[in-house]
Write a protein that binds this ligand. Structure first.
Ligand code: SF4
Length: 58
């Protein structure tokens, strides 16, 4: 398990990470994703690779 970080300057609020891992990400009031909980390592790798703008970091 690991806690990821979202670069709010890069995030475009597409919601993909929230759909992929709703337990670990939420969209905040500004429409940006925030990491709210730890995520399993394999799922973390997938969501990092899937973000269209590379905004998710370990
Ligand atoms: S997938 Fe990337 S751009 Fe889309 S909401 Fe998540 S962090 Fe933001």
């Amino acid at each position: 398990m690991k806690k990821l970080k979202v670069n709010a300057d890069a995030c475009i609020g597409c919601g993909l990470c929230v759909n992929m891992a709703p337990e670990a990400f939420t969209l905040n009031d500004e429409g940006k994703s925030e990491a709210i909980a730890e995520i399993e390592d394999g799922a973390a790798d997938e969501v990092i690779a899937s973000c269209p703008v590379g905004a998710i970091e370990e």
